[in-house]
Design a protein around this ligand. Sequence first.
Ligand code: FES
Ligand code: FE2
Length: 446
Amino acid sequence: MTVTGEFGDIDNGHIDPKIYTDQAIYERELEQVFGRSWLFLAHDSQLPKRGSFVQTYMGEDPVLVVRQGDGSVKAFLNQCRHRGMRICRSDEGTNKTFTCSYHGWAYDLEGNLINVPMEDRAYRKEIDKSRWGAVKVRVEEYKGFYFGTWSEDVPEFTDYLGDMAFYFDAVVGRWDNGLELVPMTSKWVIDCNWKFASEQSASDMYHVPFSHASARMALTDKPEEWPMRWGDAPPGRQFSGNGHGSGSVWLPTLGIPDLVSGQDYVDWLVSNQAEVFRNIGEERALKVYAHNTIFPNFSWLGPNATMRVWHPRGPGQVEVWSWTYVPKDAPQNIKADIRRGVQRTFGPAGSFETDDGENWTEVQQVLKGWKARQSKLNAQMGLGHEERDVHGLPGLSNDVFSETAARGFYRRWADLMAGLSWAEIRDQDAARERQETILPKEVQEV
Ligand code: FES
Ligand SMILES: [Fe+2]
């Protein structure tokens, strides 16, 4: 089964550039993709006690994520049902209730409307408050990470992850006591479509030797060792499934010099590697860590670096919300090394981060041209060379230098954009999997 037509022939690696520029497509994305997928909301460590809350976004919709009295986490649209003001205008904090600053309607920690000023006189006691609570988000927790969706028919989160759970567990299940996010959210805006960032994090090791050469050389004492010709690079694999993606060059050992966090961190990591190997297995620890995206817009780099959400802000803009994550039980000096290392590399002004943003804004700028939007773009790397369940890695994978995960990402995106139900998507995926095993693929020319 081939996804052809409106957005290019994605199965054959043809991408129509208008998916990055068209306002009408963007509006559809908000409904069909962001309205129907699981989206990262918050981590346990951001919500330490009853009433702790953070404000985030699902697509462009502001939501409040709140720790309840019973320890659970709930979320609701941060929109007052009176005239649509934000119910809460703080980014984070602790509350007993949320009171809208326009006319004072008040909501409890679940988003239920509990108080309306001058209810007797202004409403003659005729308002039914139980009908005017905030719009609730469906929330699921996965190992301390909370995801939300507006969809009632999207499969539960573990099904949605599918084989990606193995790759997500490589980071979230790595340490006995889990992870925590350093309590500082870095936010910045890049003038590019959100899909460039999300797809690259799912699929693109290919840019690393070239785009990051100067940053890497500036940060290392041995710039001559930067492998500009990564044809000689160590083996590695890229995973693709359910629109998600993960890719890593395999490490010979955990004890390799680390540009991000320094030698003290590496020494600490090696001295604690038995814990990692016990939790996720030595093979997975060495093979799964680097770039990752859970569809559509939650990405991380590992093993201890940065997590981020790519919030869409129109076809030509993305708002990055980025966190440093650390093992919860690591000593303070190691946490500090990781935090400083991330700032140097993948913070808002980090050397590597700005390399990436520069590429995406440049592509977006070129696509302002009329002619530049007329030709398909090529995402054919490794097409037809996918394998399933090889090298101890579950699911569909390919060489780490391939675009299997990019094609998977856009395929899931196109299925949702076409308005397929989640049941239809599941059937399509099963049909594709059958086809994979019986039909050889050929690269189709444009
Ligand atoms: S808009 Fe919130 S109370 Fe009026
Ligand atoms: Fe990069």
